[in-house]
Design a binder for this molecule. Sequence first.
Ligand SMILES: [Zn+2]
Ligand SMILES: [Zn+2]
Length: 110
Amino acid sequence: MPIWVRNVEGSSKKPPKPECGCEDWIDHWKRNQTKHFGNATCMAIGRLEPHDKELVGAHVWKRGDAAEQYIVPLCKTHNMIDPEKWFEVDDAASPVSTRKQLPCHVPEER
Ligand SMILES: [Zn+2]
Ligand SMILES: [Zn+2]
């Protein structure tokens, strides 16, 4: 079942750094997602070709959930979709909350 999302305004230009200890948002997604086990690829589906080569951990809103932002893997092109427009991502996008969670990276103490 596809999931409807839209980009968070301004997040593609200057995304905030993760505060959970993860290297970046793709790292955060990889550690916390539960449905995708191959290499991460852009999860945008529908009439949205072509994809860009560069992949980012994109900040999105999930339809029906205004409480928090989620991370899904999107290519640069689809991370630039107008924040007003809802689009579908694959079920394997397994949107991950931006909050710190147990699988997050814990930097080693020096
Ligand atoms: Zn994290
Ligand atoms: Zn794409």
